[in-house]
Write a protein that binds this ligand. Structure first.
Ligand code: ZN
Ligand code: ZN
Length: 400
């Protein structure tokens, strides 16, 4: 400033003559780079497991890494509570999660929606709540940079399947309004067909997807649910025929996520109970066929680049999670290229197992005490429901 004041040169008299204008000097912004596919879309085999966000979102990433996964699934909030006002993830937490996930090259990231959400509900209150909660799921999934958001179609109650499907479609449309989705895809999961659950038949999932074709949607298929719903994926012929049916109804290119769970329930039993890989009614040989089938693979042209297999197996004892992941790599014939797991790591520690068992005993005592206070008629009804399998006892088994 002071220099200008003492300068004898007035602004009207430039000292240096500007050079001739050369069109080459014109500033041209670099063309927008083609968006690079994420690192996990390199055609490699992706295996993940459902990991816990307890304590911190970052813990889920570290667990996935220590369990020998290269992908993961999480809940973005407590799966059995309505979130209310605390539905959003603080920016710093979301940012830290995205950075760490990239460092660990984990992907895709699958988020499983809350269990209380019933997009098929005919009850006004529950439908409104479900739409709001699913909208919040989309917002949280975006914040965490998720690739897929998996949701169950819902329970139809007294309504017909047709009515329920149109309610589901309407609910998803409402929930995704004013929610920019970027690269996020909503996946409708097939169900075991417990109670009045919609989506046990592949055609039902297909119909929902067809009505939502203006949104980024697809399907998530669960092996335990397929089996319990009556699709015989255990036998070689049954698997071939099921793959044909999936392709005919939904198209395998629209199935980027497959939940790999063995089933405690026999074929067509219509109950959702997951079992360790190879220890249930589906069995190890069938999982090897599924994991090695070119149509379920990640290599083009028969497979789908970026497809992921996610285990939602129980953790009865410390190490079950790590062992199920290792089993999947082994059955896929890829143990050589599997990421190294941390020796002895489990999401269930011996201390946590003890805590859970104490908690369960207390719960059992409490519910037994409540039971005796009930009228015999209601107690009898509850016992019947329990026998039918409609009630779920273990929190872990609820993950579907
Ligand atoms: Zn399930
Ligand atoms: Zn599920």
């Amino acid at each position: 400033m002071t220099e200008q004041k003492i300068s004898p040169v007035t602004p009207e008299q430039p000292i240096v003559q500007p050079p001739e204008f050369d069109p080459e000097d014109e500033y041209r912004p670099e063309p927008e780079p083609e968006p690079l596919p994420p690192a996990w879309m390199d055609g490699s085999f992706r295996i993940g497991i459902h990991t816990s966000i307890a304590g911190n979102y970052l813990n889920a990433l570290e667990s996935a890494r220590k369990l020998g996964c290269n992908a993961l699934q999480i809940f973005s909030a407590s799966p059995r509570m309505w979130q209310g006002g605390s539905a959003r993830i603080p920016d710093v937490d979301a940012q830290a999660f995205r950075v760490r996930r990239e460092e660990l090259r984990l992907g895709p990231l699958v988020i499983h929606a809350n269990y209380l959400i019933n997009l098929a509900s005919e009850q006004r209150m529950l439908q409104t709540r479900s739409i709001q909660a699913f909208h919040d799921e989309i917002v949280r999934a975006m914040a965490l940079g998720a690739d897929f958001l998996v949701v169950h179609p819902g329970a139809r109650g007294e309504a017909t399947t047709e009515q329920a499907i149109s309610t589901i479609v309407e609910s998803v449309k409402q929930a995704s309004k004013r929610a920019p989705m970027g690269g996020l895809r909503i996946l409708i999961e097939n169900t075991a067909g417990m109670g009045t659950a919609v989506g046990a038949r592949l055609e039902e999932v297909a119909e929902i997807l067809a009505s939502l074709r203006n949104l980024p949607v697809g399907a998530c298929l669960d092996t335990a649910h397929l089996f319990a719903a009556g699709y015989d994926i255990k036998s070689e012929g049954g698997l071939a025929s099921t793959i044909g049916q999936i392709d005919g109804a939904i198209g395998l290119e629209n199935v980027p996520v497959i939940h790999l769970n063995d089933s405690k329930i026999p074929l067509g039993g219509r109950v959702d109970r997951h079992e360790h890989i190879g220890k249930g009614k589906i069995g190890a040989a069938a999982f090897a066929r599924i994991l090695r089938h070119p149509r379920f693979g990640t290599a083009a042209p028969e497979g789908l680049t970026g497809r992921v297999f996610v285990a939602e197996t129980p953790i009865d004892d410390p190490g079950d999670d790590r062992r199920n992941v290792a089993r999947l790599w082994e059955l896929a014939g890829l143990q050589e290229q599997a990421p190294a797991a941390e020796k002895g790591f489990s999401m269930l520690t011996a201390a946590l197992q003890k805590k859970i068992s104490i908690h369960r005993k207390a719960e059992k005592k409490r519910s037994a005490a409540t039971e005796t206070q009930r009228t015999p008629k209601r107690a009898a009804k509850k016992a019947r429901t329990k026998k039918g399998g409609a009630r779920k006892s273990s929190a872990r088994q609820k993950r579907g």
